[in-house]
Design a protein around this ligand. Structure first.
Ligand SMILES: [Fe+2]
Length: 192
C-alpha cells in the first residue's frame, strides 16, 4: 500500500506475517475488539481504532527488545499514515518508548492493553472459565492481589483511565464488554 487508509484485511495479513504465536494473536484480537467497542461508545472511527488495536504489538514477537521501536519501521515501510504509527508507538509510553499518548484513541489503548491481560487471567480462574458472565467486582478482587497476574502493571491502567477521565470501574466494565464480543475467538467462552 502507500495510499489511503489501511483496512482490516490488510492489517490482519500484516499481523499474520509478523505473529505466529497463538496467544499473541489472541491478544491482538482482544485489543482490537476492545478498541472497536470504545470507538463505538465514544462516537469515534471504529475501523481505525480496531486496526490500531489489532497491530499495536506487531513488533513484539520478532523484536521484543525493540518493542514499539521496530513497529515504526514496519508500518512506515508499508506506507501507513503517521497517526496510526504514533498510536501504536504511544502504547509503550514510559515502558519502552517516550512517545506520549495524546489522542483519545491512544489513551484508550494505553489504558486497556494491560487490563485485557488481567481480565483474561481472571476469567480463566472462574468456575465457568468464561468472560461472558463476568462482572467488574471479580476483576477488582484480583486487582488487589498483587501476586495475581503480577506482570500486569496496575499503575499503567490507572494512569490511562486518569488520562481519559473515565472512572476505572467504567474502563474495566467496558473492556469486559468489548472482550465478550469476541469471547469465542479469544478462547474465553468457557463452559457457557
Ligand atoms: Fe498489547
Amino acid at each position: 500500500m502507500g495510499k489511503g487508509v489501511p483496512d482490516r484485511a490488510e492489517a490482519y495479513e500484516l499481523l499474520q506475517e509478523y505473529n505466529k504465536n497463538e496467544s499473541l494473536i489472541k491478544h491482538a484480537l482482544t485489543v482490537e475488539a476492545v478498541m472497536r467497542h470504545f470507538a463505538l461508545m465514544l462516537g469515534e472511527d471504529v475501523e481505525k481504532w480496531g486496526v490500531i488495536g489489532l497491530l499495536h504489538d506487531i513488533d513484539y514477537e520478532m523484536y521484543p527488545e525493540q518493542h514499539c521501536i521496530k513497529a515504526r519501521e514496519i508500518l512506515a515501510g508499508r506506507g501507513w499514515p503517521e497517526a496510526y504509527i504514533h498510536a501504536v508507538e504511544s502504547h509503550g509510553w514510559k515502558l519502552c518508548c517516550n512517545v506520549e499518548p495524546i489522542e483519545k484513541m491512544e489513551k484508550v489503548l494505553y489504558a486497556i492493553d494491560e487490563l485485557t491481560g488481567l481480565i483474561a487471567a481472571t476469567a480463566v480462574m472462574r468456575p465457568s472459565k468464561s468472560i461472558l458472565d463476568m462482572e467488574v467486582k471479580s476483576v477488582k478482587k484480583k486487582w488487589k492481589q498483587k501476586g495475581f497476574a503480577a506482570g500486569v502493571n496496575r499503575e499503567v491502567i490507572e494512569e490511562g483511565a486518569g488520562m481519559l477521565e473515565i472512572e476505572l470501574d467504567t474502563v474495566i466494565e467496558e473492556t469486559i464488554k468489548g472482550m465478550q464480543e469476541v469471547a469465542e475467538e479469544i478462547g474465553l467462552k468457557g463452559n457457557i
